[in-house]
Design a protein around this ligand. Structure first.
Ligand code: ADP
Ligand code: MG
Ligand code: MG
Length: 892
C-alpha cells in the first residue's frame, strides 16, 4: 500500500494538525467552511519526518505532488510553467505547533524569464510581473540557496536612491527589470549556477528548503525555549498565488478578531495596499490600520468582517488571520487561534463565558499558570513623574528597564553577567531571537502590532514597544537619535512600557501589579478601582479553587513570608528552613558550637542558639494559626556558617607575617574550617548526618520548636507543628533521630504541662529513600519530596554548577529541552516520586505526601504531582497563586 503524503485543501480538517500542520489543517478547515481560499495542497509532516531520517524525500512524493498540482491546474484553468498563462504557487512551511516566522516560505514559484512575460501580458502590468519575479529571486535565493538577503536589499536600496524613492512602490518596471537582472547575476556569483528556470525544479527545491528550515538554528532555539519536540517536522503547503501587489485595488494584511494585546472585542489589524505577503510583517513600509480598509475597499472590508465573525464563531476563540485582496477580490491565506498577551487571555476567556460561547471549565483550560505569573510582573509607578520621550505601539505589556543594546551578541553577553538590556532595533528579524529572549525588553522604530518584534515578543511574554517612529535607530553608530540629536548610546539606561507604548530615558521606578494587589488581598474584585482584568482573574481563580483537590502550601522561613503566603492563599507551610536562624550575628554562636572544647562549652552554645530560635518559631507559628507548619531541622553543611577557608588562611598568615600576635580563636577556627572542608559538600556532612554527628544539635532545635509550640498553646493558639528530618536515606538514621525527638517532646511536654501532638516526618530527596520508602514510612508520619536534591542525585547534576556549564550544550543539542531543575523530569525523577508515594502508602495508608522543591510552583510539574496522588505542593509565596491555579487545571 502506498502512503498518501499529499492532501488537497478540500480534503482535510482542523483536527489533522499533527499530519497537516496547523496552517494546512486550518486552510483545509476554511475551505470546508466555504471561505475563499486559493486552491492548493498540503504535503504531510510524515513526508518531513521521512526526509529527516533518510536525507531525501519519499520516492512516492514527486508523483503525488505532480498529480495534486494537475488538479489545481485543472480547477483554475492555468498551467504551471505555461508561458502564456502561468499558474504560480507559494511553498509554505507549517508545523503542528505554531512557530511564527521561524521557518521559510517562498512566493511566486513558477516564474522564469518566459512566464514572467506571460504574467505581464495577462495582467496587463509589466511592473507587477517583474515585482513578483524579483521577489521570487530574493526569497528563493535566501531560503533555498542561503544567499545573504542583504545582497538583494543593497541592490533595491541603490535603485531606490537613484530614483529618490521612499519605498519600493515607487520603483517602475524598468527599475524592477534591472533588479531582476542584477539578482540573477548575484545567483551566479554566489552559487556558481544560474537561477533555475524550470518551474518544477523550483518547486522541488523549495519543498526541500521548507523541510530543511525545520532545523534552521533559529527554529531550534525557538523549540528549545517553547519546549517543542524536535522530531515533529513541518508540513509544506503549496498554495496557488493570489496577488496583493497587482494594482491599487489590491492589498495584503493581517487581522485579529479581538485585540490580542488587551482582549477587547473589535477589529484589529494592519494592511498595505499594493503589497505582497511578508511586507506587512517585515515592517518594510509603515502599515495602515485595518479600519482604514473600509474607506479604501469598502466591499472587501465588509466581506472580511463577515469572515472574521464566521471564524470566531467556528473556532470559539480569538482568530488571527492573513488575507490578500487581488483586484477587489478577497482571499483567505491563513487563520489560527491567535497568540495573545496574558491579560488578553484572561479577559477573552471570561468574556466568552459571558457570551455563552464556552463554559467556566473551558475558560480555565484556556489560561495557564504561566500567564497568571506574567500578570504578576511589576509595572511602572504611576506618580513617578517620568516624562516619556516618545510613544510607540504597545505591542507586548510589561515594564522593562535596561541598558541599550543594538545586537543579539551584546544582549546575550550582558545577560550572562545578569545585566538587564533593552534590545533596540529598527525592526527585528528572526535572527534576533536569541537577543529578544535574553533582553528585558524590545524596542523598535518600525513595524506595526503584527510586526515580527510584536508577534514574537507577545509569544514570549517579553515587554515590547514597536514602531516608535520618531526614533532613529542607528545600529552601526550604536546610537538612538531624535530629530538629529543623539539621545542614547549603547550602554545608556532606558525604560519602556509595553502596556502604554511609552519610552523613557533613564530608569523609571516600577511598582507591583494590580493582580498581585488583588492576590494579596489588598484589592477586592468588586472594588470600583479594580479593572476587569482583576475580575477575570478572580473568577477563574474561583473556578480553579473549587475544582482542585491538591492543596497548596508555601515555603516560608519567617513570620513575614508566612503571612504573605497566607494572604496569597497558602494552606500551610510545607517547608520552613531553619538555616537563616544561624546566619548574620548568630554565626558566632555556630562558631562557638563548633569550637567548643568540652560538653559544658557546647551546652552553653546550644542554649544560646535555643533562645534565639524559639523566638523565631513563636512568630512563625503565630502567623500560621492552626494551619500545618512543617519545620525542617538544619540541613546545609556547617562550613556554610563558617568563614571562607581562603580568607581566613590569608588573615592568619598576614598576622603572622607582620609579626602581630596570632589570634588564638582564628587559628582554632582555621583548624575547624579545614577539618570541615569537603570537596563535595552537597554530598557530604549535611542533613540528618549533621544531626547524628553533632551531639545535641537536632535535640536543641526540636526543643526550640516545641517550647515555642507550648508557648503559643498556652496563649490560646492551636498550632499544627510538623518536624521534618532532611536527607534521610536509611531507616536507621530516622530511628535514632526519632528517638531523640520523642525524648525531647516528652521532656518539654512534662515541663510545660501541655500536650504536644507534633508529627514527625522526613524528606524524600535521595533515590535510596524513595526506594526504601516502605520501611521509612514505618517511622515517618509524612513525606515531603525534596525534588531539588532528588533531581541532583538522580541525574548526578550539581544544581549550582549546571546552569553555568554544559547545560547550554545539552539544550542546544536537544538532549534536554528544559532544565530538570525548573520542570520535573517526570520519567526519571518523577518515577522515584511515584515509587516513594506508592511504597510509603503501602506501609501507612494515611501517609501525608507533599513536595517542597522548586517544582512545586511549576505548572507541568504540578499536574504530575496531582496525578501521582500527592496531598499538597509547597512553593515560594509568590508562586502560590500559580500553584492554586494549576492544581485546579490539573482536574480538568
Ligand atoms: P508565515 O508562517 O511566516 O506567516 P506564510 O506561509 O503564511 O508564512 O507566508 C508568508 C506570507 O506570504 C504571508 O503574508 C502570506 O499571507 C503570504 N502568502 C503565502 N501564500 C500566498 C499565496 N498563495 N498568495 C499570496 N500570498 C501568499
Ligand atoms: Mg503566515
Ligand atoms: Mg534538600
Amino acid at each position: 500500500m502506498t502512503v498518501t503524503y499529499v492532501h488537497p485543501f478540500d480534503e482535510g480538517s482542523m483536527d489533522q494538525k499533527d499530519l497537516l500542520g496547523g496552517k494546512g489543517a486550518n486552510l483545509a478547515e476554511m475551505t470546508r467552511l466555504g471561505l475563499p481560499v486559493p486552491p492548493g495542497f498540503t504535503i504531510t509532516t510524515d513526508a518531513c519526518r521521512w526526509y529527516m531520517s533518510h536525507g531525501d524525500t519519499p520516492p512516492e512524493l514527486a508523483e503525488q505532488v505532480a498529480s495534486a498540482l494537475a488538479q489545481v491546474e485543472a480547477g483554475l484553468g492555468r498551467r504551471f510553467g505555461d508561458p502564456e498563462n502561468p499558474l504560480l504557487v507559494s511553498v509554505r512551511s507549517g508545523a503542528a505547533v505554531s512557530m511564527p516566522g521561524m521557518m521559510e516560505t517562498v512566493l511566486n514559484v513558477g516564474l522564469n524569464d518566459e512566464t514572467v512575460q506571460g504574467l505581464a501580458a495577462r495582467s496587463g502590468s509589466e511592473r507587477f510581473a517583474l515585482d513578483s519575479y524579483r521577489r521570487l529571486l530574493q526569497m528563493f535565493g535566501r531560503t533555498v540557496e542561503e544567499i545573504d538577503g542583504e545582497r538583494f536589499e543593497e541592490v533595491l536600496d541603490e535603485l531606490k536612491e537613484r530614483r529618490g524613492a521612499a519605498s519600493d512602490l515607487e520603483l517602475d518596471a524598468q527599475d524592477l527589470a534591472e533588479a531582476v537582472a542584477r539578482f540573477q547575476r548575484i545567483f551566479v556569483e554566489q552559487t556558481g549556477e544560474p537561477f533555475p528556470q524550470d518551474p518544477r525544479e523550483q518547486l522541488r527545491r523549495s519543498i526541500r528548503a521548507v523541510f530543511d528550515s525545520w532545523n534552521a538554528p533559529r527554529a531550534v532555539v525557538y523549540r528549545n525555549t517553547e519546549r517543542i519536540r524536535h522530531d515533529l517536522g513541518t508540513a509544506v503547503n503549496v498554495c496557488s498565488m493570489v496577488f496583493g501587489n497587482l494594482d491599487d485595488r489590491s492589498a495584503t494584511g493581517v487581522c485579529f478578531t479581538r485585540d490580542p494585546a488587551t482582549g477587547q472585542a473589535g477589529v484589529y489589524g494592519d494592511f498595505l495596499v499594493n503589497a505582497q505577503g511578508e511586507d506587512v510583517v517585515a515592517g518594510i513600509r509603515n502599515t495602515r490600520s485595518l479600519p482604514e480598509l473600509a474607506e479604501v475597499l469598502p466591499d472587501c472590508y465588509a466581506q472580511l468582517e463577515q469572515v472574521m465573525e464566521t471564524l470566531e464563531t467556528h473556532y470559539r476563540d480569538l482568530c488571527d488571520i492573513e488575507f490578500t485582496i487581488e483586484s477587489g477580490t478577497l482571499w483567505m491565506l491563513q487563520t489560527r487561534v491567535g497568540k495573545r498577551t496574558a491579560a488578553a487571555a484572561f479577559r477573552i476567556a471570561t468574556t466568552l463565558v459571558d457570551e455563552g460561547v464556552i463554559d467556566e471549565e473551558e475558560a480555565l483550560r484556556r489560561v495557564g499558570g504561566d500567564q497568571l505569573s506574567r500578570l504578576m510582573f511589576p509595572h511602572f509607578a504611576e506618580g513617578s513623574g517620568a516624562q516619556p520621550i516618545t510613544k510607540g505601539l504597545n505591542a507586548s505589556p510589561g515594564a522593562a528597564v535596561g541598558q541599550v543594546a543594538f545586537d543579539s551578541e551584546t544582549v546575550t553577553a550582558l545577560a550572562r553577567d545578569h545585566v538587564a538590556t533593552i534590545l533596540v532595533r529598527r525592526e527585528t528579524n528572526p535572527d534576533d531571537l536569541a537577543g529578544m529572549l535574553a533582553a528585558a525588553g524590545v524596542l523598535t522604530s518600525r513595524g506595526g502590532k503584527t510586526s515580527h518584534a510584536a508577534v514574537v515578543a507577545r509569544g514570549l511574554g517579553k515587554t515590547c514597544v514597536c514602531g516608535a517612529e520618531t526614533l532613529e535607530v542607528d545600529e552601526k553608530a550604536k546610537e538612538i537619535r531624535m530629530g538629529g540629536d543623539v539621545i542614547a548610546r549603547e550602554g545608556d539606561i532606558i525604560s519602556i512600557d509595553g502596556t502604554s507604548g511609552e519610552v523613557f530615558l533613564g530608569e523609571v521606578p516600577v511598582e507591583p501589579s494590580e493582580v498581585v494587589q488583588y492576590l494579596e488581598g489588598d484589592l477586592a474584585p468588586d472594588d470600583p478601582a479594580a479593572s476587569d482584568l482583576v475580575r477575570s482573574v478572580h473568577r477563574l481563580m474561583g473556578t480553579a479553587d473549587s475544582l482542585r483537590t491538591l492543596q497548596v502550601r508555601a515555603n516560608a522561613d519567617t513570620a513575614e513570608d508566612a503571612s504573605r503566603a497566607r494572604r496569597m492563599g497558602a494552606q500551610g507551610i510545607g517547608l520552613a528552613r531553619t538555616e537563616h536562624m544561624f546566619l548574620g550575628e548568630r554565626r558566632v554562636l555556630v562558631e562557638n558550637l563548633i569550637l567548643s572544647a568540652d560538653q559544658e562549652q557546647r551546652q552553653e552554645a546550644l542554649d544560646e542558639l535555643l533562645e534565639v530560635q524559639r523566638g523565631d518559631f513563636v512568630a512563625l507559628l503565630e502567623a500560621m494559626g492552626s494551619l500545618p507548619t512543617t519545620i525542617r531541622l538544619l540541613d546545609p553543611p556547617l562550613h556554610e556558617f563558617l568563614p571562607d577557608i581562603t580568607e581566613l588562611s590569608v588573615k592568619v598568615a598576614r598576622r603572622e607575617a607582620t609579626g602581630k600576635k596570632r589570634s588564638k580563636r582564628d587559628v582554632t577556627l582555621l583548624g575547624a574550617v579545614r577539618r570541615l572542608h569537603e570537596q563535595n559538600p552537597m554530598l557530604g556532612l549535611r542533613g540528618v548526618r549533621l544531626g547524628l554527628t553533632i551531639p545535641g544539635l537536632y535535640g536543641m532545635q526540636t526543643r526550640a520548636i516545641l517550647e515555642a509550640e507550648a508557648q503559643v498553646r498556652r496563649a490560646g493558639g492551636t498550632p499544627h507543628v510538623e518536624i521534618m528530618v532532611p536527607l534521610v536515606s536509611s531507616i536507621r538514621e530516622l530511628w535514632e533521630i526519632e528517638r531523640e525527638i520523642r525524648a525531647v517532646r516528652d521532656e518539654v511536654s512534662a515541663e510545660q504541662g501541655v500536650d504536644l501532638p507534633c508529627r514527625i516526618g522526613t524528606m524524600i530527596e535521595l533515590p535510596r529513600a524513595a526506594l526504601r520508602a516502605d520501611e521509612i514510612a514505618e517511622v515517618a508520619e509524612f513525606f515531603s519530596f525534596g525534588t531539588n536534591d532528588l533531581t541532583q542525585t538522580t541525574w548526578g547534576f550539581s544544581r549550582d554548577d549546571v546552569e553555568a556549564g554544559f547545560f547550554f550544550t545539552y539544550k542546544d543539542r536537544g538532549i534536554l529541552l528544559t532544565s530538570p531543575f525548573e520542570s520535573l523530569d517526570q520519567y526519571g525523577v518523577g518515577e522515584l516520586v511515584r515509587i516513594g508515594a506508592e511504597r510509603g502508602r503501602g506501609t501507612r495508608p494515611d501517609l501525608k505526601l507533599g513536595v517542597c522543591g522548586e517544582h512545586g510552583g511549576d505548572p507541568d510539574s504540578i499536574h504530575f504531582f496531582h496525578h501521582v496522588g500527592l496531598d499538597y505542593v509547597s512553593c515560594s509565596p509568590f508562586r502560590v497563586p500559580v500553584a492554586r491555579f494549576e492544581a485546579g487545571r490539573a482536574k480538568l
